[in-house]
Each structure stands twice: as C-alpha cells, then as structure tokens.
Design a protein around this ligand. Structure first.
Ligand code: TYM
Length: 350
C-alpha cells in the first residue's frame, strides 16, 4: 500500500479537515507502521508507506499573499505534526520542494480533457459566473492533483467527500494515459482509490448546515479551528445555528434539520460512535444540554493538539528540517515514475 494525500496551506486547519481527512491520515500511518513492523518481525521486507504534503502549488491558483503563504506552509506543517503525523513514520513535505509534481502535471496535460475539467464542481463553485477572469491554474488544478498522487503510484488517498471527484478524475487520467501510451501488462500509473471516512465525510458550517465548513468562509464563527482556545470553542458551539426542537431518538428524525445533524455528526465522529448511538443517549434533550456536552468534547480533543502546535511553532529550524528531509525522500520516490512518463510519451532526454 502507498497512501498519499495533501492539504492546502492556506488559512487554519479546521475541524472539517481534521475529522474528514487528517485523523484518517494518522490512523493509516499508524496501521501501516504496525503492519511494517509485523512483516519485519517475520523476516519480510516492509513496503507500506505514507506520504503527506502541503499543496502550496495549488494555493497559487487563487489570489494570495506570498508572505502569508510562506507562514501558512510552516504553520500547516506544525499543525499536521501536532495532529499526529510523525515525520519518522511518514514522508511529510511541501510540493514546491519537489519539482516533479509540476513536471508531471505538464506531461498529463496532453491526456486530461477540457470537458473533464469543465465538469469539476470545485471549478464551477470557485469560478462562479466569472470563468474568463479566473487563473489558468484554477482550471488545471485537478491535473496537478492527479500528478500529486500518480507520481508516487498511490494506492489509497484519504480525503473528505469534496475531493472525491478530483480523485475520480485522477483515475480517468491514469486510465487514458495507460491505454494510450503503455502496454496492458506494464501500465505507467496505478489507479488510486479514494478513502472517505464513513462518519464526518462532510462537516458543515456552524452557521449554515447547507455549506461545508471551509477555511475560505469569511465568518470565523462558521468553523472550529484546531488552534482555537477553550473559550473560543465553547462560544462558537453555543452560537452555532440550531432549531428549537429537542433531539430525536433516531437519525431519520434529523432529515430536515441539517444544522442539528451536523452537530450530532461532529459529536459522533469525535467519540467514534454512530449518529444513532449518540441520539440514543441525547434523544429528547434540547440543545441547552447537548451543546455544552459537545463543546467539552471538542475542547478535550483539541487541547493536546493546540498545545503541541504552539510548541512546534517556536522551533522554525526544526520545521524547515522536517520539510527538507521529507522533500528529499519524496523526490527519490518520484524520479522513476516521472522517467517512465517521459519515456512513454517519446520525449528525448539525452
Ligand atoms: P483542502 O486543503 O481543502 O482540504 C484538506 C482535506 O480536508 C478535507 N475537508 C473536509 N472534510 C470534511 N468536511 C469538511 N468540511 C472538509 N473541508 C475539507 C478535504 O476533503 C481534504 O481531504 N485539493 C485538495 C488538496 C490536495 C490533495 C491532493 C488531496 C492537493 N493535491 C492530492 C488529496 C490528494 C484540497 O484543497 O483540500
């Protein structure tokens, strides 16, 4: 197995990222480390590997401030380590230090189709009515994302629901490239499988249950940031939009209550329980009881993460070293696939 995934280093790491993706990264990292150790103990050679990166190249597809991007990249690296990504177990790096990502993106540009990219919902959402005014990078964004995973022959890609479509596109690109330029028994690319958590695939805004929790939302009250302190967390939960009804005893009672469903989903994900199980405990109670319970659960989960995050931020040199080492490891893994791609396309490299 090779697990690969990325996150944009813009804005804060929020609860949606954590429950939708990062917690799964950490679990997969630890499971694979265990599998590797078990294999090694039996005298086998261990091949499972995780690569996690900061998608700084993706971040320039939208207007951005260079100083903020630099700061955000280091902060996001610290946030991932604080969440449990261990640079001794996983390869942790930023795209900009591995030029093979951008190179492969160009090579895949001959295979990706305009029509495929035009159908991407993220492109449609972000471009809105002003498609002509968007950067080329925003349109070709999913081709870079395909390069991110195909470069490493990723088998599994843990993401939230919103990134599934991009992963399907990566599979389409890989499939077409293999068909057009490789023989059936020696494909150039592995088709990656998206891994979306059954709970918390889509954490919604605290202010509007129809919108996903997002770092680009103008209102900070719409999201819980992993670096928020206890007072901020309690205040945001208290102010979260709800309705006057008590909680039902079963999930189907939340069908037309997206904000209530979102809060219960968050509680369920934090405690690794099902929504029905949580409703079994809180059914019949109002939000006056449920919200403080949820707030406390969040504070308990975030406390060790934010403490570690603040500690890590104080050692800038250590963070630089983690990223430099991860990038060197990533480049080494990337080189053979990039070489095979040039070769398959008939490009002469001397
Ligand atoms: P990004 O930076 O928006 O988000 C990082 C991860 O968090 C998940 N996520 C959520 N999950 C549940 N509920 C939410 N409200 C929520 N918001 C975000 C995302 O699904 C994602 O898994 N294009 C990607 C970054 C990327 C990437 C890649 C991912 C670049 N190359 C290659 C995987 C593989 C992005 O902008 O994610």
């Amino acid at each position: 197995m090779r697990v690969v995934s990325g996150i944009q280093p813009t804005g804060n790491l929020h609860l949606g990222n954590y429950l939708g993706a990062i917690r799964n990264w950490v679990r997969m990292q630890d499971d694979m480390e265990d599998a590797n150790l078990a294999q090694a103990a039996e005298g086998g050679s261990a091949h499972n590997q995780c690569l996690f990166f900061l998608a700084d190249l993706h971040a320039i597809s939208m207007p951005h401030d260079p100083a903020e991007l630099k700061k955000g990249t280091l902060e996001m690296a610290a946030a991932l380590v604080a969440c449990g990504i261990d640079p001794a177990k996983s390869v942790l790096f930023n795209q900009a230090q591995v030029p093979q990502h951008a190179e492969l993106q160009w090579l895949l540009g001959g295979t990706a189709r305009m029509g495929w990219l035009n159908r991407m919902t993220q492109w449609k959402d972000k471009a809105g009515k002003n498609r002509e005014g968007q950067s080329v990078a925003l349109f070709t964004y999913p081709v870079l994302q395909a390069a991110d995973v195909l470069l490493y022959q990723a088998t599994h890609v843990p993401v939230g629901e919103d990134q599934k479509q991009h992963l399907e596109l990566a599979r389409d690109i890989a499939q077409k490239f293999n068909n057009d330029f490789a023989s059936e028994d020696a494909p150039v690319f592995t088709l990656p499988d998206p891994i979306v958590p059954p709970q918390a695939a889509r954490i919604m805004s605290l202010r509007d249950g129809s919108k996903k929790m997002s770092k680009s939302d103008v209102s900070d009250m719409s999201r819980i940031n992993l670096a928020d302190n206890a007072d901020e967390v309690m205040k945001k939960v208290k102010k979260a939009k709800t309705d006057p009804e008590p909680l039902p005893g079963e999930e189907k009672g939340l069908e037309d209550r997206p904000e209530a469903l979102n809060l219960v989903t968050i509680y369920a994900a934090l405690t690794d329980r099902s929504v029905n199980d949580v409703l079994g405990e809180f059914g019949g109670e109002g939000f006056g009881t449920f919200k403080p319970a949820l707030g406390e659960m969040l504070v308990e989960t975030l406390r060790p993460i934010s403490a570690r995050f603040n500690e890590l931020l104080e050692d800038r040199e250590a963070l630089d070293a983690i990223l430099a080492r991860g990038a060197a490891q990533a480049r080494e893994i990337a080189v053979p696939t990039l070489g095979a791609t040039y070769e398959a396309l008939g490009l002469v490299r001397g």
